[in-house]
Design a binder for this molecule. Structure first.
Ligand code: AMP
Ligand code: MN
Ligand code: MN
Length: 316
């Protein structure tokens, strides 16, 4: 299956991804946008997304993103990438009323929300899956770069177990386009601003281990975020540092998004299925990386999550 066959005759196409967009979300949305712009120059193509982090400014046409909805538009085709409809944010109504809805994702928790669903949980990233759906001879350096960014962000620069031989083959094809991949990895994945590394240091310093060191948790509250003048985008990477601690099977990181409301990230070394836990609390993700939003106090949330983790660790 190729995407080009699915958009035949369309005069208007919309594209969106999930709220709080990560590298895979931004990369897949922009990769598809750049591709469709190139192969269908006469079609109106609109991209909707929350403002991406500054590190993604290197992607061509990132300034074309609409951060507000064109409410009266009804698109011939609308793409939801790297998520299901519930996390589309402002684009959700546009997706729902489009004539043809296409959902492309790699989350095991996604049951498919489109008229056409391409959901492949064994893929490292939505970008990897997207690459398979494009015509190879139409990909150029800018499209390749966007897709490469998505892949490296979701597989931790080929470190995580979601990396497959196919992931590496695709990465090899992409770097043939000649962009400076080493610089991209450095500047979009590893580099942190001074305050970003300060708040990461603080989160690590204040982390607490429990269940004999098998679990680790840390939290950043609103007051601390305000003090450092940082937002959610500045907290990327903290959860991975927590998971790196020796003997930790499951890491939890949360930050306050409102009164008694926290965004939760979880990472596992493999023994704990964090997607199953996140789904119990209305979220989702992958076996080793998942997230959700929880209401309640910090301590209530830890109790509720640790009960689920303990159950899984005891039953294995
Ligand atoms: P995060 O910890 O936010 O980086 O999320 C880890 C993984 O779980 C990513 O693949 C996210 O897209 C996914 N994820 C996070 N929150 C949710 C949610 N509420 N529903 C479904 N998937 C989620
Ligand atoms: Mn994502
Ligand atoms: Mn993804």
């Amino acid at each position: 299956m190729k995407i080009i066959e699915e958009v035949k005759g369309a005069k208007t196409i919309g594209i969106s991804g999930h709220i709080r967009p990560d590298g895979d979300c931004v990369g897949s949305v922009m990769g598809l946008y750049l591709y469709l712009k190139k192969v269908l120059p006469d079609v109106q193509i609109d991209v909707y997304l929350e403002q991406p982090a500054d590190i993604f400014q290197c992607i061509k046409d990132i300034g074309q993103i609409h951060t507000e909805s064109k409410e009266d538009m009804v698109y011939d085709v609308f793409f939801a990438l790297d998520c299901s409809t519930d996390r589309l944010g402002i684009a959700q109504p546009l997706f729902e009323k489009a004539d043809k809805k296409i959902n492309i994702d790699h989350h095991i928790s996604n049951r498919g929300c489109g008229d056409l669903n391409i959901i492949e949980p064994e893929r490292s990233s939505t970008c990897e899956l997207l690459y398979e759906l494009l015509e190879m001879d139409k990909i150029d350096e800018e499209i390749a770069k966007a897709i490469y960014i998505g892949i490296i962000h979701d597989c931790g620069v080929f470190q995580y177990s979601n990396t497959s031989p196919r992931t590496l083959q695709i990465a090899a094809e992409l770097i043939k386009f000649g962009f400076d991949f080493s610089k991209l990895i450095e500047e979009t994945f590893y580099e942190k601003t001074y305050v970003q590394s300060q708040i990461m240091g603080r989160a690590i310093l204040e982390s607490i281990r429990f269940m004999n060191g098998k679990c680790i948790v840390s939290m950043v509250d609103k007051k601390t975020m305000d003090f450092y003048q940082v937002g959610p985008k500045d907290l990327d990477g903290i959860i991975n540092q927590l998971r790196n601690v020796k003997n930790v099977e499951c890491a939890i990181f949360m930050y306050e998004i409102g009164p008694m409301e926290y965004k939760i990230s979880m990472r596992s070394r493999g023994k704990v299925d964090v997607a199953a836990i996140a789904m119990k609390f209305g979220g989702g993700g992958h076996v080793r990386a998942a997230g959700c939003t929880m209401n309640g106090t910090y301590h209530d949330n830890i109790n509720n999550l640790s009960r689920q983790i303990e159950e899984q660790l005891l039953s294995e």
